[in-house]
Structures are given as C-alpha cells and as structure tokens.
Ligand binder design. Structure first.
Ligand SMILES: CC(C)=CCC/C(C)=C/CC/C(C)=C/COP(=O)(O)O
Length: 340
C-alpha cells in the first residue's frame, strides 16, 4: 500500500506545477492545482463537496483547449498554443471591452438623476417630463388625432406615414432589444409608465430612436421657422441625454438609438405611402376596397363616360381632387357588401 507521502507525490505529478487554486485531499492535506491543467480525475472522486467547483473549473476551459490539451505547444514559450492566443486577444476584442468598460463607468457617473437622493435628484421630475415627451403613447395618440382631424390630402398623407413610422420604430426596437438582451443599468429605478416586457432590456434606447426619427420627420415635412427647427433638434438630443441622466440607459444604448432612429427615417422615406395607397389601406381597414381611380382631364366626354360607367357598376365615389369643375382625380370604392 503506498504511503500518504507517495500518494501526494503522485498527485503532484498528475496535477502539474503548484498553481493558483487549491483544495484539501482526503487526508486533510492541502493540494495545489494549476488552473492551466485539467485536475486529475481522482481529485473529483475524492472531493464530494468540491465537485461543483471542479466542474466549473473544467467548464471554464475553452473547448479548443480541452480538445487539444497537451497536443500542441508554442515552440519558444513551451506553453500550449491556445494559451498563447488567449494572452494575445485581438485588437478589436480589447477595444470593444475597453469601450464597454468606459461606457458602464461613464453611464453610472452620469446617472445623476437616477433617484431622488442622487446628486441631481431635484431635476428628476423635469427629466421625467422630457421622458414622457419622447414616449410612444403620446406620439401615437397625438398622430392618430392629427390624422383624424387633417382636412387636406397632404396633411393626411403626412400624418398617416408618421403613424406607420412610429409603429415600425416600436417593432424594430423590440426586435433588437430581444436579440441583444442587454440589461438596464443596475442604478435604474424601473418606474416608467406603459412599457412592454421587452423594455426591461436597454439596447437600444427606444426614446432615442423615436426622438431622432420624429425630429428628422418633422424637419423634413413641416415648414418651421428657424428657432423652431433648432428647438426640435435640441429636444431630440435632450431626450437621449435624459435617458442616461435618469439611469435608464448606458451611453452606447442612446448613441446606437440615435443612429438607428436616423436610419429608420431613411427607411420610412423608402416605404413612403402615397395618398392613394393610404386611401386603399384605410379602405381595407374599413372593409371596403378602393377599386378604381379615374383621372379626368378637362370635362371631355370620355372622362364623363368613365365616371358614369363606374357609377353604373355600383362603385361609390369616395374622393374627388378637383383641378376644374369636373376635371381632376375621382376615386371609387366598392359599396360595402357588393363585392364577392
Ligand atoms: C398602441 C401601442 C402598441 C402602444 C405602445 C406604446 C408603448 C407602450 C411604447 C413603449 C415606449 C417605451 C417605454 C419605450 C422604452 O424606451 P427606452 O428608451 O427606455 O428603451
């Protein structure tokens, strides 16, 4: 039977050089174990309560190391090649982790309105007001109301597209949040009103995307005096800044949100729904489908005939944009219940 001394020396040879971690063996002696090597199997068998820690240690090893353990070594260091690679992570990797570390640190420092007791807690109500100004619900309700009240085709078209843009923004932000799943900063107090379940994630900031997209939309489609244009621009930036001051987001969430909102506006322009398409869409919602548009140039007999034939077919005129007495754009839809 081998003496305890002999047993210990055999363990040492299997476990490699004394290293960073240790545990007691069955005899109450302390055994050192290198983190660079897989612990000997006998160690796992003997250490009942330490098995979980050992399993964690094994799991922490990279799959490549486990696969190729001991097979390849770097010629000049004598270390496994995979270890050398880990000591030389890529430049992008270092840059990204440094950026994230700076982001977390700076965002925490800037979260000066995260609660009433914070250093700038007294302006928290003002920040929350700015938060509400960029929330989805006031924007959706306000746009729907303006769409309902708009009395010109151009006004309706703009409000309809803004409404669709807001829905698109909610969908795209929701998708990115679910994919990235970045948690909100720990110093955030989740007291926002009307949030979806995805809003427990912080990347990107939905307020930042919305404020940037809406600001671009308003600047492009409303004729505003210069001071108002500046105000719209400042409001958009302030909404983003308030997200970090309130502790809702890290800086990168907001910066990416600005970028995403900017690109979203380009998408909205690409997908722009014209007045005619909008009528069709609204007609679909109402259950009656726009089927015919007749352009009448001058009050010539051919135009009148087309209109007459539409009426005879049982189509209902819904919209007439006049260019003279009868000339212009006539739009017809099927009377509800008359189409198969
Ligand atoms: C009609 C409808 C679906 C309305 C939903 C509007 C709504 C609840 C939007 C969520 C807005 C919100 C709290 C976004 C989160 O913004 P973060 O800046 O914190 O990402």
């Amino acid at each position: 039977m081998p003496s305890p001394k002999a047993k210990n020396s055999s363990n040492r040879s299997g476990g490699g050089s004394p290293g960073l971690s240790g545990s007691t063996n069955g005899n109450g002696r302390y055994e050192f174990m290198s983190l660079n090597r897989t612990p000997p199997a006998t160690l796992f068998q003997r250490q009942g309560s330490d098995q979980t820690a050992a399993a964690r240690l094994r799991a922490s090893e990279s799959p490549t190391r486990r696969r190729g353990s001991g097979s390849s070594t770097s010629s000049n260091t004598g270390m496994p090649e995979e270890d050398c690679m880990r000591l030389n992570p890529s430049f992008i990797g270092i840059a990204l982790s440094s950026l994230l570390a700076i982001d977390l640190w700076l965002s925490k420092r800037l979260g000066v309105c995260a609660c009433e007791d914070s250093s700038w807690g007294s302006i928290r109500p003002l920040m929350k007001l700015i938060e509400i100004s960029g929330h989805g619900i006031p924007w959706l309700v306000g746009t729907a109301y303006c769409l309902y009240k708009a009395d010109s085709a151009a006004g309706q078209e703009i409000m309809f597209n803004l409404f669709m843009a807001l829905i698109l923004d909610l969908i795209l932000v929701g998708i990115v949040k679910v994919v990235v799943r970045r948690r909100r900063p720990s110093h955030n107090h989740m007291d926002m009103f009307a949030t979806f379940s995805v809003d427990r994630y912080s990347f990107p900031s939905g307020h930042a995307t919305r404020s940037t997209m809406c600001a671009r939309f308003l600047l492009a489609h409303l004729v505003l005096a210069a001071p108002l244009r500046v105000l719209v621009f400042l409001w958009s930036g302030l909404v983003g800044l308030s997200r970090v001051l309130l502790g809702r987001h890290n800086m990168t969430d907001v910066l990416f949100g600005f970028l995403m909102g900017y690109c979203q506006y380009n998408l909205v322009e690409m997908l722009w729904v014209s007045s005619l398409g909008m009528q069709g869409f609204l007609g679909l919602i109402q259950g009656s489908i726009m089927v015919r548009t007749v352009a009448v140039i001058g009050a010539g007999p051919s135009g009148l005939t087309s209109i007459k034939s539409c009426l005879e077919e049982g189509l209902e005129p819904t919209c007439f944009e006049s260019s003279d007495d009868i000339g212009g754009l006539w739009k017809f839809k099927a009377r509800p219940g008359t189409r198969d």
